[in-house]
Design a protein around this ligand. Structure first.
Ligand code: AMP
Length: 427
C-alpha cells in the first residue's frame, strides 16, 4: 500500500499541539470580543482578482505566493493568502457599512494559504487570527487596535513584546517618498536582484523589504520615509504614538518598516518576540492602517485598521517560554473496572461522570488492574475510580488521586460532590 506524505509546507496537528492552537485562538477571540469585536467568517477561496487587486501587483503575495487554480467552470480561484480582502468583500456584498454601526469591528480565525518556501515558522497552510476595524478615521481607532494586539499577546503569556511601528504617511507623502527612492536607486538598480528591479518599476517602496544581503547594504543608506511625511501625516502618527504612550504600550519606531501589501497607508506595525533561548520566528503578528480597500472592492471609502497573528508561531513560542501553562491533554477520572460482570455498571458510572462535566474515560477491553493503571497514567488522569464486585454490592468506590497516591472510599451518591471538591483543590 502506498504511504502518503503530507504536502510540502503543511503539517498535522494533534493532541497537545492542536489543543493549544485551539486554546490560543479562542483566547484571542475572547480578548477581541472584550474590545467590542464581533466574529466574521468568509470563504477560504475567492476570485483571484480580489486578492490581486487588493494586495497589489507588486506584493510578494501576489507575484509568488498565491495558491491559484481554475475551477471546473474555468474561473480563476485563489485560496486566501490573507483575510483582509475577503472581509472587505463581505462588508460590501452584505452592505454591512450601511446596516451596522461604524466602525465595523470584526474578528476572524482560520486557515490561510501561501505558497512560500517552508522553514521554521513558515508554512503553506497556517492559521491566522486577526481583526479589522472599519469605518472611522481617528488615531484612537489605530491606537486602540494596536493596543488590543499588544495586550492580547501579554494576556496569553508573552511577557515582553517588541512592537515595531512606522508611518508610511498619506498618499501625497508616499508619492514624494517613492520619487526620492526612484532617484536614489536609479544608479544602483542594475546591480540589484531581479525582484528589486521589478519592484523599482511597479512600487519602489517594496525594495525596502528585500532580504538579499548585498541589496540590504544599498538599502541601508536609502532616504527615510520619516523625512517625507507631510504635516498631516506627521500629526496623525504623533497622535497615535501619544495614545500608545498613555496606555503604557512600548514600541520601537522602525523607519525601514513598510510591510508587504500595497494597501497600507499611515501607521504600519509588527509584533516580534525573541525567546531567551534565541528562537526568533520573525513577526508573530502584523498589520496597519488602510484607506481605500473597501472602495477598491466596490464600496464607499472607509478608513480602516487591522492586524493578524500567526497562530502556529504563537503556539511554538508559548510552548517554549511557558511550558507550565501549556495545556496538557488529561482526564479528570479514569474508570478502572475488574471483571466482566461489572462492566456495564462501570459504563453507567462513566456516563454519569461525563454528564456532570468531568473529563472521563474507561477501557472497553477486559484488562488487569495493573494495565488499566498504566493506561490511566499515560492518559494523565488525575483520579482513578475503582469498580469491582464488592464496590457494586456496597454502592461505594475506591477513588485514588494519582498525583499523591491518596485513596478514599466514596459512596455512589457522594461521588460527584466529592470529585468536584477534589478537582477544585487540584487546580
Ligand atoms: P502578514 O499578513 O504577512 O503580515 O502575516 C501576519 C502574520 O501571519 C505574521 O506575522 C505571521 O505570524 C503569520 N504568517 C504569515 N505567513 C506565514 C506562514 N507562511 N506560516 C506561518 N505563519 C505565517
Amino acid at each position: 500500500m502506498p504511504i502518503y506524505q503530507p504536502q510540502r509546507g503543511t503539517y498535522d496537528a494533534f493532541y497537545e499541539d492542536q489543543e493549544n492552537i485551539e486554546k490560543i485562538a479562542s483566547l484571542l477571540k475572547q480578548i477581541a470580543s472584550i474590545y467590542g469585536y464581533n466574529p466574521i467568517s468568509v470563504p477560504v477561496y475567492e476570485t483571484t482578482e480580489l486578492f490581486a487587486r487588493s494586495a497589489g501587483e507588486s506584493s510578494d503575495i501576489v507575484t509568488k505566493e498565491m495558491f491559484t487554480f481554475l475551477d471546473k467552470g474555468g474561473r480563476s480561484i485563489t485560496l486566501r493568502p490573507e483575510w483582509t480582502a475577503g472581509v472587505m468583500r463581505a462588508i460590501v456584498t452584505n452592505k454591512l457599512y450601511a446596516t451596522k454601526d461604524l466602525p465595523l469591528k470584526l474578528s476572524y480565525y482560520g486557515p490561510t494559504f501561501r505558497y512560500e518556501r517552508p522553514q521554521a515558522g513558515r508554512y503553506r497552510q497556517f492559521n491566522q487570527m486577526g481583526v479589522e476595524n472599519v469605518g472611522v478615521s481617528s488615531p484612537y481607532s489605530d491606537a486602540e487596535t494596536i493596543t488590543l494586539g499588544y495586550n492580547s499577546l501579554k494576556m496569553i503569556g508573552f511577557s515582553h513584546v517588541i512592537l515595531k511601528i512606522n508611518s508610511i504617511g498619506d498618499e501625497e507623502s508616499r508619492n514624494a517618498y517613492k520619487e526620492a527612492l526612484k532617484e536614489y536607486f536609479s544608479s544602483k538598480i542594475d546591480t540589484m536582484c531581479p525582484d528589486c528591479q521589478r519592484r523599482y518599476k511597479i512600487n519602489p517602496l517594496r525594495i525596502l523589504d528585500c532580504k538579499d544581503k548585498d541589496d540590504q547594504e544599498i538599502i541601508k543608506d536609502a532616504p527615510k520615509m520619516g523625512d517625507f511625511l507631510n504635516e498631516n501625516s506627521k500629526k496623525y502618527f504623533q497622535e497615535i504614538l501619544t495614545l500608545l504612550d498613555n496606555q503604557g504600550v512600548e514600541y520601537e519606531i522602525d523607519d525601514s518598516l513598510v510591510r508587504g501589501l500595497d494597501y497600507y497607508s499611515h501607521v504600519v506595525f509588527e509584533f516580534h518576540f525573541i525567546s531567551k533561548e534565541g528562537t526568533n520566528l520573525g513577526a508573530i503578528g502584523a498589520g496597519g492602517h488602510y484607506d481605500n480597500l473597501v472602495e477598491e472592492v466596490g464600496g464607499p471609502k472607509l478608513s480602516s485598521v487591522g492586524f493578524a497573528f500567526g497562530i502556529e508561531r504563537l503556539n511554538t513560542l508559548l510552548k517554549e517560554i511557558s511550558p507550565e501553562t501549556y495545556s496538557k491533554c488529561f482526564l479528570d477520572v479514569f474508570v478502572v473496572w475488574l471483571g466482566k460482570d461489572v462492566e456495564s455498571y462501570a459504563y453507567d458510572t462513566l456516563q454519569n461522570l461525563r454528564l456532570n462535566g468531568f473529563k472521563a474515560d474507561m477501557n472497553f477491553e477486559e484488562k488487569s488492574f495493573k494495565s488499566q493503571i498504566k493506561i490511566a497514567l499515560r492518559k494523565q488522569a488525575k483520579f482513578i475510580l475503582i469498580i469491582g464486585e464488592d464496590e457494586v454490592k456496597n454502592n461505594a468506590f475506591g477513588l485514588k488521586n494519582l498525583l499523591n497516591q491518596e485513596q478514599i472510599t466514596v459512596t455512589k451518591d457522594e461521588l460527584i460532590t466529592k470529585l468536584d471538591e477534589l478537582c477544585i483543590e487540584e487546580e
